[in-house]
Design a protein around this ligand. Sequence first.
Ligand SMILES: CC(C)(COP(=O)(O)OP(=O)(O)OC[C@H]1O[C@@H](n2cnc3c(N)ncnc32)[C@H](O)[C@@H]1OP(=O)(O)O)[C@@H](O)C(=O)NCCC(=O)NCCS
Length: 155
Amino acid sequence: MQDRIRPVGIDDVTAVKTIEDSCFPNPWDIDVFIALAESDGCITLRRGKQVLMHVIENNGSVAGYIVWENCPDTHKGRVLNIAVRKNLQRMDLGRSLLQHVFDSLTERGIKTVALEVREGNLAAHRLYERMGMEESGRVPNYYDNEDAIIYSITL
Ligand SMILES: CC(C)(COP(=O)(O)OP(=O)(O)OC[C@H]1O[C@@H](n2cnc3c(N)ncnc32)[C@H](O)[C@@H]1OP(=O)(O)O)[C@@H](O)C(=O)NCCC(=O)NCCS
Protein backbone atom coordinates (compact mmCIF):
# COMPACT_ATOMS: atom_id res chain seq x y z
CA MET A 1 0.00 0.00 0.00
CA GLN A 2 1.23 3.52 -0.77
CA ASP A 3 2.22 5.99 1.94
CA ARG A 4 -0.56 8.46 2.65
CA ILE A 5 -0.18 11.84 4.32
CA ARG A 6 -3.23 13.33 6.03
CA PRO A 7 -4.24 15.54 8.98
CA VAL A 8 -3.84 13.94 12.42
CA GLY A 9 -6.99 12.50 13.98
CA ILE A 10 -7.83 11.55 17.54
CA ASP A 11 -7.35 7.83 16.78
CA ASP A 12 -3.72 8.54 15.82
CA VAL A 13 -2.67 10.10 19.11
CA THR A 14 -1.58 6.92 20.91
CA ALA A 15 0.63 5.85 18.01
CA VAL A 16 2.03 9.37 17.66
CA LYS A 17 2.89 9.58 21.35
CA THR A 18 4.60 6.16 21.22
CA ILE A 19 6.79 7.35 18.34
CA GLU A 20 7.47 10.67 20.10
CA ASP A 21 8.55 8.94 23.33
CA SER A 22 10.85 6.55 21.48
CA CYS A 23 12.51 9.32 19.43
CA PHE A 24 13.13 12.23 21.79
CA PRO A 25 14.79 12.67 25.21
CA ASN A 26 12.28 15.44 26.06
CA PRO A 27 9.11 14.33 24.29
CA TRP A 28 6.15 16.65 23.75
CA ASP A 29 3.24 16.25 26.11
CA ILE A 30 0.34 14.20 24.79
CA ASP A 31 -1.98 17.19 25.31
CA VAL A 32 -0.35 19.00 22.39
CA PHE A 33 -1.14 16.11 20.06
CA ILE A 34 -4.69 15.81 21.42
CA ALA A 35 -5.30 19.54 20.86
CA LEU A 36 -4.08 19.28 17.27
CA ALA A 37 -6.10 16.12 16.63
CA GLU A 38 -9.25 17.69 18.07
CA SER A 39 -8.75 20.61 15.69
CA ASP A 40 -8.45 18.29 12.66
CA GLY A 41 -4.72 18.99 12.48
CA CYS A 42 -4.89 22.78 12.23
CA ILE A 43 -5.01 25.33 15.05
CA THR A 44 -5.36 28.97 14.03
CA LEU A 45 -3.73 31.56 16.29
CA ARG A 46 -3.44 35.36 16.16
CA ARG A 47 -2.78 37.16 12.86
CA GLY A 48 -3.70 34.07 10.85
CA LYS A 49 -0.79 32.01 12.13
CA GLN A 50 -1.53 28.29 11.89
CA VAL A 51 -0.01 25.26 13.62
CA LEU A 52 -0.58 22.15 11.54
CA MET A 53 0.05 18.45 12.03
CA HIS A 54 -0.13 15.66 9.48
CA VAL A 55 0.69 11.98 9.84
CA ILE A 56 2.11 9.58 7.28
CA GLU A 57 0.66 6.09 7.05
CA ASN A 58 2.54 2.99 6.02
CA ASN A 59 0.38 -0.03 5.28
CA GLY A 60 -2.51 1.65 7.05
CA SER A 61 -0.67 2.43 10.33
CA VAL A 62 0.78 5.71 11.54
CA ALA A 63 4.48 5.63 10.65
CA GLY A 64 5.44 9.23 11.38
CA TYR A 65 4.29 12.82 11.62
CA ILE A 66 5.24 16.41 11.07
CA VAL A 67 4.14 19.57 12.88
CA TRP A 68 4.72 22.97 11.34
CA GLU A 69 3.76 26.64 11.46
CA ASN A 70 2.44 28.77 8.67
CA CYS A 71 2.87 32.52 9.33
CA PRO A 72 1.13 34.36 6.50
CA ASP A 73 1.97 37.83 7.80
CA THR A 74 5.74 37.19 7.66
CA HIS A 75 5.57 34.70 4.73
CA LYS A 76 7.56 32.26 6.87
CA GLY A 77 7.11 28.62 7.75
CA ARG A 78 8.73 26.70 10.56
CA VAL A 79 8.96 22.96 11.15
CA LEU A 80 8.36 22.28 14.85
CA ASN A 81 8.54 18.50 14.99
CA ILE A 82 9.15 15.55 12.69
CA ALA A 83 9.60 11.89 13.56
CA VAL A 84 9.38 8.49 11.91
CA ARG A 85 8.84 5.16 13.68
CA LYS A 86 12.25 3.63 14.32
CA ASN A 87 11.68 0.41 12.36
CA LEU A 88 10.51 2.44 9.34
CA GLN A 89 13.36 4.95 9.22
CA ARG A 90 15.55 5.24 6.10
CA MET A 91 12.56 4.43 3.90
CA ASP A 92 12.02 7.99 2.60
CA LEU A 93 9.13 8.77 4.94
CA GLY A 94 10.92 11.75 6.53
CA ARG A 95 11.72 13.11 3.10
CA SER A 96 8.07 12.68 2.01
CA LEU A 97 6.80 14.51 5.11
CA LEU A 98 9.16 17.45 4.60
CA GLN A 99 8.38 17.70 0.88
CA HIS A 100 4.68 17.65 1.71
CA VAL A 101 5.14 20.62 4.04
CA PHE A 102 7.31 22.53 1.55
CA ASP A 103 4.63 21.98 -1.15
CA SER A 104 1.82 23.00 1.18
CA LEU A 105 3.63 26.18 2.26
CA THR A 106 4.58 27.06 -1.32
CA GLU A 107 0.90 26.83 -2.31
CA ARG A 108 0.13 29.34 0.43
CA GLY A 109 2.74 31.85 -0.74
CA ILE A 110 5.28 31.15 1.99
CA LYS A 111 8.81 32.07 0.93
CA THR A 112 11.13 30.61 3.56
CA VAL A 113 11.08 27.68 5.98
CA ALA A 114 13.32 27.26 9.01
CA LEU A 115 13.74 24.79 11.86
CA GLU A 116 15.96 24.06 14.82
CA VAL A 117 17.75 20.77 15.38
CA ARG A 118 20.07 19.46 18.07
CA GLU A 119 23.69 19.89 17.09
CA GLY A 120 24.28 16.18 17.66
CA ASN A 121 21.30 14.88 15.67
CA LEU A 122 23.26 13.96 12.58
CA ALA A 123 20.49 11.88 10.95
CA ALA A 124 18.23 14.93 10.96
CA HIS A 125 21.06 17.20 9.71
CA ARG A 126 21.59 14.85 6.76
CA LEU A 127 17.87 14.77 5.99
CA TYR A 128 17.59 18.56 5.96
CA GLU A 129 20.70 18.94 3.81
CA ARG A 130 19.33 16.30 1.45
CA MET A 131 16.17 18.41 1.14
CA GLY A 132 18.19 21.47 0.12
CA MET A 133 18.17 23.22 3.49
CA GLU A 134 21.27 25.06 4.67
CA GLU A 135 22.69 25.88 8.09
CA SER A 136 21.82 29.49 8.83
CA GLY A 137 22.50 29.94 12.53
CA ARG A 138 23.06 28.50 15.97
CA VAL A 139 21.26 29.03 19.28
CA PRO A 140 23.56 28.25 22.23
CA ASN A 141 22.08 25.88 24.83
CA TYR A 142 18.66 25.87 23.16
CA TYR A 143 18.17 22.29 24.37
CA ASP A 144 19.41 22.36 27.98
CA ASN A 145 23.15 21.86 27.45
CA GLU A 146 23.09 21.36 23.68
CA ASP A 147 23.13 24.01 20.95
CA ALA A 148 20.49 24.17 18.24
CA ILE A 149 21.53 24.49 14.63
CA ILE A 150 19.08 26.48 12.52
CA TYR A 151 18.43 25.18 9.02
CA SER A 152 16.50 27.19 6.44
CA ILE A 153 15.46 27.08 2.81
CA THR A 154 14.01 29.53 0.32
CA LEU A 155 11.14 27.79 -1.46
C1 LIG B 1 15.28 12.43 11.17
C2 LIG B 1 14.20 11.45 10.71
C3 LIG B 1 12.84 12.14 10.76
C4 LIG B 1 14.52 11.02 9.26
O1 LIG B 1 13.41 10.26 8.80
P1 LIG B 1 13.63 9.04 7.79
O2 LIG B 1 12.29 8.63 7.29
O3 LIG B 1 14.46 8.00 8.41
O4 LIG B 1 14.48 9.74 6.63
P2 LIG B 1 14.49 9.36 5.08
O5 LIG B 1 14.46 7.88 4.90
O6 LIG B 1 13.45 10.15 4.37
O7 LIG B 1 15.95 9.86 4.70
C5 LIG B 1 16.19 10.85 3.70
C6 LIG B 1 17.67 11.16 3.70
O8 LIG B 1 18.07 11.72 4.97
C7 LIG B 1 19.36 11.24 5.33
N1 LIG B 1 19.26 10.40 6.54
C8 LIG B 1 18.14 10.02 7.19
N2 LIG B 1 18.45 9.27 8.26
C9 LIG B 1 19.79 9.18 8.30
C10 LIG B 1 20.71 8.53 9.17
N3 LIG B 1 20.30 7.81 10.24
N4 LIG B 1 22.04 8.65 8.91
C11 LIG B 1 22.48 9.37 7.85
N5 LIG B 1 21.65 10.00 6.97
C12 LIG B 1 20.33 9.89 7.19
C13 LIG B 1 19.85 10.43 4.15
O9 LIG B 1 20.52 11.31 3.26
C14 LIG B 1 18.56 9.95 3.56
O10 LIG B 1 18.64 9.64 2.20
P3 LIG B 1 19.21 8.17 1.76
O11 LIG B 1 18.51 7.16 2.61
O12 LIG B 1 18.86 8.12 0.31
O13 LIG B 1 20.69 8.21 2.04
C15 LIG B 1 14.23 10.14 11.58
O14 LIG B 1 15.57 9.70 11.68
C16 LIG B 1 13.67 10.34 12.96
O15 LIG B 1 12.47 10.22 13.18
N6 LIG B 1 14.54 10.62 13.95
C17 LIG B 1 14.10 10.80 15.35
C18 LIG B 1 13.34 12.10 15.51
C19 LIG B 1 14.18 13.29 15.11
O16 LIG B 1 15.37 13.37 15.41
N7 LIG B 1 13.54 14.28 14.46
C20 LIG B 1 14.20 15.51 14.02
C21 LIG B 1 14.08 16.54 15.10
S1 LIG B 1 14.76 18.10 14.56
